[in-house]
Design a protein around this ligand. Structure first.
Ligand SMILES: *Cc1c(COP(=O)(O)O)cnc(C)c1O
Length: 368
């Protein structure tokens, strides 16, 4: 079965092999060297002066960012489940918030953000997804971050890049915290969260808030290449192996390939009559809105050995999402669009003529 859900993503064989070695203790020079290597590679990937790794799924990093970087009032952007989650975390800790809510295909508007900020001078942090996975949407994070820093550089810009870091190069010039998660674009098993931090964020964290998710205790320890509590050693070993895999051709090659694959997939899907759901699609996944989303997904699973994701909440049964994150062999992506065209023919919606894979190939291999 081809795993084409936008998280978890398949773990490459070499990474699984690296994680299959015998367990080592986390308080040893041997593991500290591994940790140091992972930390240096992450700092480079984030292109930021500080970073921490946390033994948690992505939500743990989101919670730590809300707790440690917002002291008076939060602005949260809700264009889907993950943006909504930032708001729920603020509520759980009784942190006052203003939430801007949009349909799941609609990105945040800078004008709305300007309005909220001019009416709420106590907002000291904004929380937004780079890629909102609920509807496969890309927010204009760079534009928003640049505006916020131009009016008040003390407002923290927290960007959830869990389906963006490793998909595209993210300009972190105006970002204070950039969150990544292991099981999405970084092709690892779930359980490791990572946060890139600006110097201003480190200053604001100061002595930190919370206990397990206190970023100050982690920063202090991780600067000496160890962790405050037991490190997820296996996942950090896997992280280095993942960097090795990507660095064979380099991150730029991965980013270029992701753009080509995502464009080819979207064009192939449009060719056979589908509508792309988000008005500003993310590169992390191809998201289609269609009344037959569920029967198509079911046929893919039972007849064509492809697992793609559906929608959640009000979009349940209405959309399907195809992963574009990670080192994906292109022949697998071609099979996915071909399988979808075959499913349309099974359902009596459209005669099969091979258009999807033809268009995919034309876009992907065109201009050679
Ligand atoms: C998956 C995901 C998360 C985190 O979810 P976890 O299940 O806690 O790892 C957060 N934000 C986005 C955009 C995601 O796609």
């Amino acid at each position: 079965m081809l795993l084409f859900t936008p998280g978890p993503t398949p773990v490459p064989q070499a990474v699984r092999d690296a994680m299959g070695k015998s367990t080592i203790h986390h308080r040893t020079p041997e593991f500290e060297a591994i940790f140091k290597e992972a930390r240096e590679r992450l700092l480079k990937l984030f292109d930021m002066p500080e970073c921490v790794m946390l033994a948690s799924s992505g939500t743990g990093a989101m919670e730590s960012a809300v707790l440690n970087l917002c002291k008076s009032k939060a602005l949260t952007i809700n264009s889907g489940k993950f943006g909504e989650r930032f708001g729920k975390i603020a509520d759980a800790f009784k942190i006052p918030k203003v939430e801007l809510k949009y349909e799941w295909n609609t990105p945040a508007s800078l004008d709305d953000i300007k309005d909220v900020l001019s009416n709420n001078s106590d907002i000291d942090a904004i929380f937004i997804q780079v890629s909102e996975s609920a509807g496969g949407l890309r927010h204009p994070v760079e534009e928003i971050a640049s505006y916020i820093k131009s009016i008040n550089s003390d407002i923290m810009v927290v960007a959830d890049g869990i389906t963006a870091v490793g998909v595209e190069r993210i300009d972190t010039t105006n970002i204070d915290a950039l969150i990544a998660g292991s099981q999405k674009a970084l092709m690892l098993p779930p359980g490791l969260a990572m946060i890139g931090l600006s110097n201003k964020a480190v200053d604001k964290i100061d002595s930190g808030v919370g206990y397990y998710l206190n970023l100050s205790s982690e920063i202090k320890k991780q600067r000496t290449n160890t962790t405050a509590y037991t490190a997820p050693t296996t996942l950090i070993i896997g992280l280095n192996a993942m960097f090795d895999e990507i660095e064979v051709d380099g991150f730029d090659a991965l980013y270029d390939n992701t753009i080509k694959r995502a464009n080819a997939t979207n064009r192939a899907l449009k060719e056979i009559g589908f509508k792309i759901y988000p008005t500003t699609p993310a590169l992390s996944m191809s998201t289609v809105i269609d009344e037959n989303a569920e029967p198509i997904r079911k046929l893919l699973k039972t007849k064509y050995s492809v697992n793609i994701a559906g929608g959640q909440d009000h979009l349940k049964g209405k959309i399907f999402r195809i992963n574009q994150m990670g080192l994906i062999p292109v022949y697998e992506s071609i099979w996915v669009v071909n399988a979808i065209e075959l499913a349309l023919s099974d359902l009596g919606i459209r005669d099969y003529d091979g258009s999807a894979s033809r268009v995919f190939n034309e876009i992907y291999y065109g201009n050679r």
